[in-house]
Ligand binder design. Structure first.
Ligand code: SF4
Length: 342
């Protein structure tokens, strides 16, 4: 069955949601005008699940991640929507209350660990910091727990390594430290923003394996922000594909890779590198460039879409949904799903 004309990204609420983002919009004021970086998106993450947000640079996936913890800096702002975490709207919390969530109930792992780690502070103090801040642990207790965390992320000789500084670790080991910091307070949700981009291919797989193991062991939710569909295929349970600040397709990972419904997803899949490719393998972008965010085209994705027709230039498509909950924002999806109007 196809649901035609549903509001873009509409998702029924569930009492069991760990995270539910509804109609989220983020804008940045520039001298040339207002950029709508995130344009009314909705998705959810359940406990124990890996949910991917996928798309090219500039599609809005990182702005989405930062919005969840209200880390959008001026001149950006969250202009609309809700971010409910365990039933609480994070956008309505006081500054003090949201600081109590960050690094505690929700943690982030960033792309480049060197920009997140303090170069002049021992690793032990940095791993221990969330524990002293959120768990009122004393320094000895926090360092003992920090050693356990380094062991859990497979850093050899953890008691000794606690006394080292970030420059004494390799890039992969620094990212392991970041995961240890993220796991310190046993968060319910980890947001990983391109966590492996700066690493070589072998280490990439190890880091994602670590994150997946943490999710499975503690029933944590993982929101994985990435442009790498090979990583998504191997590790994600569900996938949301973003283009131009909007989610254009969402489905279980199995369904998305078996039956991709949106021309943009197909373009990404045709350019996918694999985790086994040699170091330096690059995603080959689909034809053309993302549109100028200040000049969104009329209708749909047509300037880059090989299947665009006149209707696409005039009208934005609604959401079409298959029986299995696979949703596609494209006029052609109706025909693909069940022979509807196309
Ligand atoms: Fe392409 Fe048209 Fe589908 Fe948009 S609605 S993705 S332009 S075919």
């Amino acid at each position: 069955m196809i649901a035609v004309g549903a509001p873009a990204d509409a998702v029924p609420a569930s009492a069991a949601d760990l995270l539910r983002v509804t109609d989220l919009a983020v804008e940045f004021r520039t001298r040339r005008g207002v950029v709508h970086a995130v344009d009314g998106i909705s998705f959810d993450v359940q406990a124990g699940e890996v949910v991917a947000l996928v798309g090219e640079s500039g599609c809005g996936k990182s702005a989405t991640a930062y919005s969840i913890l209200r880390l959008i800096a001026d001149p950006g702002r969250i202009s609309a929507g809700q971010v409910r975490f365990e039933g609480t709207d994070l956008l309505g919390l006081s500054d003090e209350a949201i600081r109590g969530v960050r690094g505690n109930r929700i943690s982030m792992v960033f792309q480049e660990p060197m920009s997140s780690l303090n170069p002049v502070q021992r690793i032990g103090d940095q791993v221990a910091e969330p524990l002293t801040q959120h768990r009122l642990a004393n320094r000895a207790q926090a360092w003992a727990r920090a050693a356990e965390l380094l062991r859990r992320v497979n850093i050899p000789d953890p008691e000794a390594r606690l006394r080292d500084y970030p420059h004494q670790f390799s890039g992969g080991m620094r990212q392991r430290v970041m995961i240890a910091i993220a796991m310190a307070c046993a968060p319910r949700l980890i947001i990983a923003d391109e966590p492996t981009t700066a690493l070589d291919v072998t280490v990439q797989a190890q880091i994602i394996e670590l994150l997946k193991a943490a999710v499975q062991a503690d029933a944590t939710g993982l929101l994985l922000i990435t442009h790498n569909l090979a990583v998504v295929a191997r590790y994600a349970d569900r996938v949301n594909v973003m283009y131009g600040g909007r989610i254009v397709e969402s489905a279980s990972a199995d369904d998305l890779f078996a039956h991709p419904g949106h021309p943009y997803t197909l373009g990404l899949l045709n350019s996918v590198p694999t985790l086994d490719q040699s170091h330096g393998a690059q995603l080959i972008p689909i034809t053309g460039q993302p549109f100028d965010p200040l000049q969104r085209p009329s209708g749909c994705f047509h300037p880059r879409c090989p299947q665009a027709n006149d209707r696409c230039r005039a009208q934005s498509p609604p959401v079409f949904e298959s029986r299995a909950g696979h949703r596609v924002v494209c006029w052609l999806a109706a025909r693909r799903f069940q022979g509807g109007p196309a």
